[in-house]
Design a protein around this ligand. Structure first.
Ligand code: AMP
Length: 393
């Protein structure tokens, strides 16, 4: 019987992959890696489970629009001799948008792939790349089943009031509503909590996914109750290059006074804002933390300030707070950011034990802290592999 699962996370210029072995209900990473620079200078690197590179190659950029297909063809060719004779159980795909229709992972076929194209206008930067990855997997791994795992699905449990904008109702019906993203990360944390903190798993928890993309989710007994991200993955916290929450009047100003069109505004808000826009230095937390530029410090102040402010809002929507979880690249590694967030939320009951924080937890609050504070590494690829297994096996 086949026992390997391939997980693909296809972004606009990269494809990240993980190959898991599945044995007796356990998933073990066998290989992982990424192809970056799709559309410019493709570069493929694969690692064995212990982290050492086992394959590295580059190639000339294929004709426009063929980037993902060619990258997947290269990945499939590299993978073929490494797989067990029985091949793959299936391929699990991260799909950013499942609209209001998809609240669970789905086995893909041509018809579903076509249906998912309807959500391209809701996630124009991410959804086309996700779908290109699926189409390429169907072509280059014939006969292997594909499963779509949606980043929006975990948030389908929001109460309706959390998903509304106060604009005319027919727009809500048309799909202009708050969806929430990073759902696979939050789902992973929600299913990890009963093991590390069983009592907390039943309570009111804010999870902060602080990576290059950043958002927060309010969990009530393990289900998503609200999220800082809304209609698109732009809302809420400032991110590496995305603005986070902004007064829509700013967009009207940019159009009327600066003559900017939709594409220019999209580029500004997705690619030139956030930590990069504020600092003028970098989108990367490590670079900012090491910089002497006062604007880098201002960018970090704003990042921390907005996490504190949004936590207040999410705690209010939960009716109180029992726990707080840091995750993703910044949340898992940046002890100084965690300490500042806990300090700013001391009024809400968060406390931080400096020694535990320096070791990255897993629990960083002292035993008598009114709110438990944890650092839990997220694993979206594993979540996708688990979903893929559940759908196919
Ligand atoms: P992610 O998108 O989850 O991979 O997270 C990327 C972000 O995590 C970048 O801003 C990195 O600078 C940040 N990051 C990764 N490692 C560290 C670290 N050791 N200290 C501070 N920030 C880090």
């Amino acid at each position: 019987m086949a026992n390997a699962i391939l997980v693909l996370n296809a972004g606009s210029s990269s494809i990240k992959f993980t190959i898991f072995d599945h044995e007796a209900g356990n998933l073990h990473v066998r290989y992982e890696g990424q192809i970056e620079g799709i559309g410019t200078k493709p570069h493929f690197v694969a690692y064995a489970d212990a982290g050492q590179p086992i394959h590295e190659t580059s190639w000339a950029n294929p004709p426009l629009g063929r980037g993902h297909a060619y990258a997947l063809e290269r990945l499939a060719a590299w993978l073929d001799p490494l797989l067990p004779e029985e091949g793959l159980i299936g391929v699990g795909h991260r799909v950013v948008h499942g609209g209001t229709r998809f609240s669970a992972p789905m086995r893909l076929d041509e018809a579903l792939l076509h249906e998912l194209e309807a959500f391209v206008s809701l996630a124009p930067l991410h959804q086309p790349a996700n779908l290109a990855g699926i189409a390429a997997a169907m072509d280059f791994l014939p006969g292997v089943p594909n499963v779509a795992c949606f980043d929006t699905a975990f948030h389908r449990t929001h109460p309706p009031v959390a998903d509304r904008f106060a604009i005319p109702y027919d727009l809500y019906d048309e799909g202009v509503r708050r969806y929430g993203f990073h759902g696979l990360s939050y789902e992973y944390i929600a299913q990890a909590l009963p093991t590390c903190a069983p009592k907390l798993a039943e309570g009111r928890v804010v999870v902060a996914h602080l990576g290059n993309g950043a958002s927060m989710c309010a969990l009530k007994a393990g289900r998503s109750h609200d999220s800082t991200m809304g209609f698109t993955a732009l809302d809420g916290l400032p991110m590496g290059t995305r603005c986070g929450q902004i007064d829509p009047g700013v967009l009207i100003y940019l159009m009327q006074e600066k003559g900017m069109g939709a594409k220019q505004i999209e580029d500004l808000l997705y690619k030139r804002s956030g930590l990069l826009g504020l600092s003028g230095v970098s989108n990367d937390m490590r670079t900012l933390a090491a910089s002497n530029d006062p604007r880098a410090a201002d960018a970090l102040d704003y990042f921390v300030y907005r996490i504190i402010r949004e936590t207040g809002a999410l705690a209010a929507s939960l009716g109180g707070l029992d726990g707080f979880v840091f995750t993703a690249g910044i949340g898992e590694n940046a002890a100084n950011i965690r300490a500042r967030v806990c300090e700013g939320l001391g009024w809400l009951g968060l406390q931080c034990d400096p020694a535990a924080n320096a070791q990255h937890g897993p629990r960083i609050s002292p035993p008598d802290s009114p709110v438990d504070v944890w650092v839990i590494p997220t694993d979206e690829a594993r979540m996708i592999a688990l979903h893929t297994l559940r759908v196919l096996v």
